[in-house]
Design a protein around this ligand. Structure first.
Ligand SMILES: Cc1cc2nc3c(=O)[nH]c(=O)nc-3n(C[C@H](O)[C@H](O)[C@H](O)COP(=O)(O)OP(=O)(O)OC[C@H]3O[C@@H](n4cnc5c(N)ncnc54)[C@H](O)[C@@H]3O)c2cc1C
Length: 373
């Protein structure tokens, strides 16, 4: 890329925004990332990196680093929440690695974020910059931030998450539909458990709720859980809202003793209301586009929100590098059908649906997929 490479501004330094920044920088674009937070916080959350996501990490050159900090069990078990009966053993480990030429990893979200952030060029990150407004003209995009700072760019990527300001400003507000359910989640030291076997990688299915429990470190020193729990009167979508552990324990009081042991050992948890949104018909203009939760937020039941944001970033970087004239449009057209499929599939939280789409979800390779004409 020569001197004429367009200036790119990315709004949001979450997982998708950072992957995009690193890949675009590598492709030769001048990139700046504007993030509202004043510092990165290590959120107490686990994250699954399925083979389609690991292929993006490989493209970034950090697969090895991420493997070193991740837990890679042989299987994810699906069990009846009350009896513990095995409903389905989903083999991962060596089996999935052979099948898709990439592993399925479980790790701390903060470790993943730090690994991706290590790929950023120096001085590209502007913390404490909350986008307030933007204006697109034929010549470029101006950006105004809370507090009076402003900037200009040739291309703007809104990677600013489920409450995206870029999306609201450019495409209009799209309110979500509250599902009446809440995801409780936390990470805590496994030394608090009565024994480690109670927290081995399992999705426990109840009649109207579930809980997923797994380790997030190779030495099994940290345990994570995330739930889908009915709570019709709580609709706050936030990473920082804290819940009452007694309420959570009561919600799983009739579950298998292993689940109750994990909840009894856990000191504190956060809760995130689960909202659904329909796929957007378009998310690119000539100079502005969206990626990740900003354009296709999904319920976390298939653990694909970050994975698809990372795929977006890879496809977007390839489109901009290869097609400077209409890269944003090609990116949107390459990604729309896939992300709509996963958004819809994620909304149906059932095992048969999961098995039906797993091949398509995990088999995708954003580094090689054909780009739309
Ligand atoms: C409980 C739960 C469990 C999940 N588990 C998984 C999983 O196992 N695997 C998986 O792949 N996905 C999972 N997801 C989904 C995943 O967390 C999201 O899809 C992913 O974080 C989206 O990444 P993103 O970069 O699009 O947005 P985000 O990670 O939300 O980042 C957006 C960034 O933009 C910043 N920002 C927002 N507004 C502004 C503004 N106006 N100006 C400047 N900056 C701004 C924010 O501060 C933030 O840093 C889970 C989600 C939940 C809720």
């Amino acid at each position: 890329m020569g001197e004429a490479a367009p200036d790119i501004a990315i709004i949001g330094a979450g997982i998708g925004g950072l992957v995009a920044a690193a890949l675009l920088h590598r492709a030769g674009f001048p990139v700046r990332v504007y993030e509202q937070a004043r510092e990165f916080q290590r959120l107490g959350a686990g994250i699954q990196q399925s083979p389609n996501a690991v292929k993006v990490l490989r493209g970034l050159g950090i697969e090895g680093r991420v493997r070193e900090v991740a837990y890679a069990p042989d299987a994810i078990n699906h069990r009846d929440g009350y009896t513990g009966a095995l409903k389905y053993e989903r083999k991962i480990g060596a089996f999935i690695e052979q099948k898709y030429n990439a592993p399925h990893l479980l790790l701390h979200r903060g470790d993943l974020h730090a690994a991706i952030a290590s790929c950023l060029p120096e001085n590209c990150l502007r913390l404490g910059h909350r986008l307030e407004s933007l204006s697109e003209t034929a010549d470029g995009v101006t950006l105004d931030f809370v507090g009076g700072a402003n900037a200009r760019a040739d291309i703007v990527i809104g990677a600013d998450g489920v409450h995206s300001t870029v999306r609201d400003l450019v495409f209009g507000k799209t309110p979500g539909r509250f599902t009446g359910r809440v995801a409780w989640r936390t990470i805590f030291p496994a030394s608090l458990l009565p024994n480690p076997t109670v927290a081995e990688t399992t999705k426990w299915w109840g009649r109207d709720r579930h809980i997923v429990i797994y380790f997030t470190k190779p030495d099994r020193s940290e345990v994570y859980f995330v739930t889908s729990t009915p709570e019709p009167n709580y609709s706050v979508e936030s990473w920082s809202a804290v819940g009452d552990m007694e309420q959570l324990r009561a919600a799983y009081a009739d579950f298998h003793p292993d689940v109750r042991a994990v909840l009894a050992s856990c000191p504190a948890a956060h809760k995130w209301a689960l909202l659904e949104r329909d796929p957007m018909p378009q998310w690119s203009t000539r100079r502005v586009t969206l990626l990740g939760d900003a354009c296709h937020p999904m319920t976390p039941y298939m653990a694909q929100g970050a994975a698809t944001a990372m795929e977006d970033a890879m496809v977007l970087a390839r489109c901009l590098a290869q097609f400077p004239e209409d890269g944003l449009h090609r990116y949107q057209e390459t990604r729309k059908a896939r992300t709509a499929m996963i958004q819809n599939a994620s909304g149906r939280n059932d095992l048969d649906n999961f098995k039906a789409v797993a091949e398509a979800v995990y088999g995708y390779d954003a580094t090689a997929v054909e780009l739309a004409a």
